[in-house]
Design a protein around this ligand. Structure first.
Ligand SMILES: O=C(O)c1ccccc1NCC(=O)[C@H](O)[C@H](O)COP(=O)(O)O
Length: 262
């Protein structure tokens, strides 16, 4: 596992242990069952692509390990509305606090402001977080293959399926891609960001795209700054994109989202 990712996941395991103590799994499971029904994250992306549009997962991201503070005036419900207005298909909301200055309340507030499906963007290391995600209202969770063994990834995916959550399975190289294909989720993200060096290279998606089977939806993630980047990713078959920083830095997020998709 890469250094930064290893550090984030170690901290996450400690956090989950303390959360389990404060709020036992049975309580979280009950809250998950009582939550607003999932909105269909994969379905929304499929519908966008079937209609000849790009599927845009627009990320609500205040800060990151690679860039520090990205958006000082951070208002998740206003950002969610701006993304919706600009044509985003789905939202991604960072809930990790120590590294991304996110929090669970941001997801709840962003989802309440719009009718879009929402990805809880966090580092899943324990099935407890899956029930917790559903209890918060999340419609999709992230599995980072570099952070998990095959057995852990499968256990987390099964928990997500049991909670009717969609799953974005994220890979960075061929070995992770081959492991990801043993999972059931149709949504396959290729992250252009190397989580060891935090360097971004769009050639990552270009190298892996040809190895993604036709029954998976390829999502190009990270380092996408404008329509030319989307076209470059589309040239190798990507129709769905996860974009954070470049949109978060714009004053007019609606106009920037429209321009990206133009
Ligand atoms: O963004 C980071 O610095 C980062 C560091 C360590 C682990 C994950 C990280 N990012 C998570 C993401 O996948 C991105 O937030 C997402 O793909 C959007 O990327 P971008 O458009 O480049 O903000």
């Amino acid at each position: 596992m890469s250094d930064v990712l290893a550090r984030i996941c170690d901290d996450k395991r400690a956090l989950v242990a303390s959360r389990k103590f404060a709020r036992p799994p049975g309580e979280v499971e009950a809250a998950a069952r009582a939550a607003d029904p999932p909105r269909g994250f994969v379905r929304a992306l499929r519908e966008a692509v079937a209609a000849g549009r790009y599927g845009l997962i627009a990320e609500i991201k205040k800060a990151s390990p690679s860039k520090g503070l990205i958006r000082p005036d951070f208002d998740p419900p206003a950002l969610a509305r701006a993304y919706r207005e600009g044509g985003a298909t789905c939202l991604s909301v960072l809930t990790d606090e120590p590294y991304f200055q996110g929090c669970d309340a941001y997801l709840v507030a962003a989802r309440a402001a719009v009718d879009l499906p929402v990805l809880r963007k966090d580092f899943m290391v324990d099935p407890y977080q899956i029930a917790e995600s559903r209890a918060l209202g999340a419609d999709c969770i992230l599995i980072i293959m570099a952070a998990l063994s095959d057995a852990q990834a499968q256990e987390i995916e099964e928990a997500a399926i049991a909670h009717r959550l969609d799953v974005l399975v994220e890979v960075h190289n061929r070995e992770e891609l081959d492991r990801a294909l043993a999972l059931k989720s149709p949504l396959l993200g290729v992250n252009n960001r190397n989580l060891k060096t935090l360097a971004v290279d769009l050639a990552t998606t270009e190298a892996l795209a040809a190895h993604v089977p036709a029954d998976r939806m390829l999502v190009a993630e990270s380092g996408l700054y404008g329509p030319a980047d989307l076209s470059r990713m589309a040239a190798v078959g990507a129709r769905c994109f996860l974009v954070g920083e470049s949109l978060m830095r714009q004053e007019d997020v609606t106009a920037a989202t429209r321009a990206l998709l133009a």
